[in-house]
Design a protein around this ligand. Structure first.
Ligand SMILES: Nc1nc2c(c(=O)[nH]1)N[C@H]1C(S)=C(S)[C@@H](COP(=O)(O)OP(=O)(O)OC[C@H]3O[C@@H](n4cnc5c(=O)[nH]c(N)nc54)[C@H](O)[C@@H]3O)O[C@H]1N2
Ligand SMILES: Nc1nc2c(c(=O)[nH]1)N[C@H]1C(S)=C(S)[C@@H](COP(=O)(O)OP(=O)(O)OC[C@H]3O[C@@H](n4cnc5c(=O)[nH]c(N)nc54)[C@H](O)[C@@H]3O)O[C@H]1N2
Ligand code: SF4
Ligand SMILES: [Mo]
Length: 690
């Protein structure tokens, strides 16, 4: 499709700047995206967009966009190249590596954009399978999959919360005002209409102002959940009929939870026993209740999987499963599966076998937290190349210095991106990709947006900027040039999207012509199944399959690696708890820092600290401070606020180079089930910067 220059129109589409995929009305004129507004007809986001969405035109038309492919020359400088040159160079280098070391020596990595942009992940996976490498890594290696796994281990399915019909909502490590603005808008409205909101968070987030706020020591959430289970069982507040009929392991849970008396747990979590009793009674006593769990805040701990599982058990024993306002099974959008079988085991499968597979289901992912060491040590085998798209792993992965050292050792790093990033800077080949508004794509609810099951098109609004190409085309072209042409038969974006939609029952024509605002692809049913898809056929409060793998069958509290109880000496030198990665509405991770309108409102990284903590260190609001862990230090601005729990420092992430929070994080302390690293629980010290 070509756009005529005189075109001036409003097109219904979607913002793909984060996984909320909000509906937008896009104003397009003379081949440019002029303005973006929220699309009111959108079933889930209802016209709400955030500052990033409003700045989509600045992002798309940024003067910093990459306009042509580049190859690093023998002196280390980037040289402009044609697409033919860049792709042929990449193909011949990849084939040489495959011949010398085997296909597993090439890693393929997809970042967060592979979550919202379904085509990136689908084509990356198809290409890597055609090439034959088991080493595929995605953002799910540190985000989102932990909670899916925890819910699967409990219910055999992945239920989603239904806050709109709930009498009580618990925001547990989740601050939608920053991370999911359309959800925040909805919750603020429901709260003003009387919805009971409980917030369990070291920080008093906006939705805690009118709700019940329970500040908690980071990483101790499983202990709090177990204390709630203790109260709910002792006071017989659980749903006895539901437990009897649908669950297994209740007696073991009861015995186990007896050890987690609120008076004892209070010391672990720094939550007063009276608060534990109060929220347990409120949650269990509500007609329906759902926990809205943070997308990763409870997961990125060494006890992350069990934190998430403890919440699932809370939902289960109160009967808050598959009824309005609880956690409910959602309809599923069947899209074409472009994956192909791949031989061999990826990096990390041995160390975190459950992350790789359980119950005969195998995930496509390796665990990237082990990749930097594998590259550096060549163990268990050499990894010589990486192809990365939709992510900025050199910045996003913990222990940034080690990650960069590892990437620096690769014979080939090829990166597909719109901008120069920490990762493209290290690349040998850089391929410029289209933004989502320059190519046809697909957006749907894949497990968020309050479970509202919509699917819609992300429309091509303007021609590709410079020589940029869509990701699906690049992977297809790489495949074709390597001799796998029959696996990549698509040449037009319409054919790709139509193929993806085929099994869904929704057609491209429907979405293009009849429902540009999107289609609901199903409805929730509120029936509790007779048989659950777990090994026992019941909801598993006690999981034998976890026990068989040497994991705790019922969650236990585990102290964070750097807590005083585990490492007293370290805690003496680094007395505060550091959480990295609090979201702010201006940016998605490392993206959009270069947009002047956004940078003006959030010019530099911020550490939120409590006034008592600040006073102890002689720090005042707005001061430049040094935040240090045993890994390193970064200079940031102090924001002194009563909203932050005393003794806890909360740092924004996603900043450039020497401001990157991942100079402070570590790769090695990982959750045994998922392999996720502790982004949110480090021992730190702070002082005024000189
Ligand atoms: N603007 C913006 N939005 C984003 C993103 C972005 O970069 N920018 N990223 C997207 C992505 S990929 C993700 S994964 C999500 C993350 O989304 P969320 O998980 O909702 O992340 P946050 O908004 O940081 O909210 C997490 C809250 O958990 C609290 N918290 C931290 N650690 C703990 C803990 O150990 N226990 C408890 N109880 N609370 C804790 C923090 O204080 C914070 O208020 O955001 C998504 N949305
Ligand atoms: N310290 C700390 N580190 C963290 C976190 C934290 O809380 N604390 N959070 C972690 C979490 S939850 C996540 S999800 C990750 C996110 O980690 P990443 O996904 O690696 O981070 P982003 O900055 O979102 O990188 C996305 C990249 O994709 C590019 N891009 C945008 N659109 C397209 C496209 O259509 N095609 C292609 N090929 N590229 C595109 C962008 O320009 C950008 O460079 O960060 C993790 N890192
Ligand atoms: S929340 Fe903001 S950045 Fe994310 S999709 Fe919606 S408008 Fe875009
Ligand atoms: Mo994430």
């Amino acid at each position: 499709m070509t756009m005529r220059d005189q075109d001036s129109r409003v097109i219904k589409s979607v913002c793909m700047l984060c996984f909320m995929v909000c509906g937008i009305d896009a104003h397009v004129k003379n081949g440019r995206l002029l303005k973006v507004e929220g699309m009111k007809e959108h079933a889930a986001t209802k016209g709400v967009i955030c500052p990033r969405g409003y700045h989509l035109p600045d992002y798309v038309h940024s003067p910093l966009r990459l306009n042509y492919p580049m190859i690093r020359d023998s002196r280390g400088a980037f040289k402009r190249a044609s697409w033919d040159e860049a792709l042929d160079t990449m193909v011949s280098r990849l084939q040489n590596i495959k011949e010398a070391c085997g296909p597993q020596a090439v890693a393929v990595s997809v970042g967060s954009i592979g979550a919202e942009n379904i085509l990136i992940s689908a084509f990356a996976q198809r290409w890597r399978a055609a090439f034959g490498t088991p080493n595929f890594f995605s953002i799910e290696g540190h985000c989102f999959r932990a909670r899916i796994m925890a819910r699967l281990f409990t219910f055999g399915t992945y239920p989603l919360s239904d806050p709109e019909r709930a009498a009580c909502v618990v925001l547990w490590g989740h601050n939608p005002d920053a991370s999911e603005p359309p959800v925040a808008a909805k919750l603020h409205k429901l709260q003003s209409e009387g919805l009971n909101i409980i917030v369990i968070d070291p920080r008093k987030i906006p939705l805690a102002r009118k709700g019940i706020h329970v500040p908690i020591r980071p990483g101790t959430d499983a202990a709090l959940a177990l204390a709630m289970i203790n109260v709910i069982i002792r006071e017989e507040l659980y749903d006895q009929a539901f437990v009897r009929e649908h669950t297994t392991g209740f007696d073991k849970l009861k015995e186990h939870a007896a050890d987690y008396m609120p008076e004892k747990v209070s010391e672990i979590c720094q939550v007063p026993p009276s608060d534990i009793y109060r929220i347990s009674r409120l949650f269990a006593g509500a007609k329906s209740a759902c926990i809205e769990q943070g997308i990763n805040s409870l997961d990125q701990h060494i006890n992350g999987f069990q934190n998430s599982r403890a919440l699932a058990i809370l939902q289960a024993i109160t009967g808050n499963y598959n009824r309005p306002g609880a956690w409910c099974r959602n309809p599923f959008l069947r899209l074409a599966d472009l994956r192909l079988p791949v031989k061999g085991e990826p990096i990390g499968a041995k160390e975190h076998p459950l992350f790789r597979s359980f119950w005969g289901m195998t995930s496509p992912y390796g665990q990237q937290m082990l990749l930097p060491d594998a590259i550096l040590t060549e163990k268990p085998y050499p990894v010589k190349a990486m192809v990365a798209s939709g992510g900025n792993p050199a910045a996003a992965w913990p222990d940034g210095q080690k990650v960069k050292e590892a990437f620096g050792k690769l014979d080939l790093l090829a990166v597909m991106d719109l901008f120069m990033t920490e990762t493209t800077k290290l690349a040998h080949i850089v391929l410029p990709v289209c933004s989502s508004v320059e190519t046809l794509g697909l957006a749907h609810n894949y497990g968020l947006t309050m479970g509202i099951p919509f699917v819609m098109l992300s429309r091509k609004l303007i021609e590709p900027v410079g020589e940029s190409k869509p990701d699906w085309w690049i992977y297809s072209e790489l495949g074709r040039r390597m001799g796998y042409g029959e696996l990549f038969p698509w040449n037009r974006e319409e054919d790709v999207v139509a193929h993806m939609l085929e099994p869904s029952g929704v057609t491209l024509k429907q979405l293009m012509e009849e429902h540009p605002e999107g289609i609901m692809f199903g409805e929730r049913d509120f029936e509790v199944p007779k048989k659950f898809r777990t090994p026992s056929g019941k909801i598993e409060l006690h999981s034998q399959s976890l026990a068989d793998m040497g994991e705790d069958p019922i969650p236990v509290h585990k102290e964070p690696t750097q807590s005083p109880a585990r490492d007293h000496q370290l805690a003496k030198a680094y007395p505060y708890i550091l959480m990295t990665g609090a979201r702010i509405p201006e940016y998605t991770h490392w993206q959009m820092k270069h947009i002047p309108g956004l940078r003006k409102s959030a010019p530099d990284p911020v550490a939120w600290i409590n006034p008592a903590t600040a006073e102890r260190e002689g720090i005042r609001d707005g001061d430049r401070i040094l935040v240090e862990t045993r890994k390193g230090g970064i200079r940031v601005r102090a924001a002194v606020t009563n909203d932050m729990m005393s003794g806890v420092v909360s740092l924004t992430h996603g900043w450039e180079e020497e401001l990157n929070a991942n100079r402070l994080t570590e790769l090695d302390s990982r959750d045994s089930v998922t392999g996720y690293s502790e982004f949110r629980n480090l021992a730190c010290r702070i002082r005024k910067a000189s």
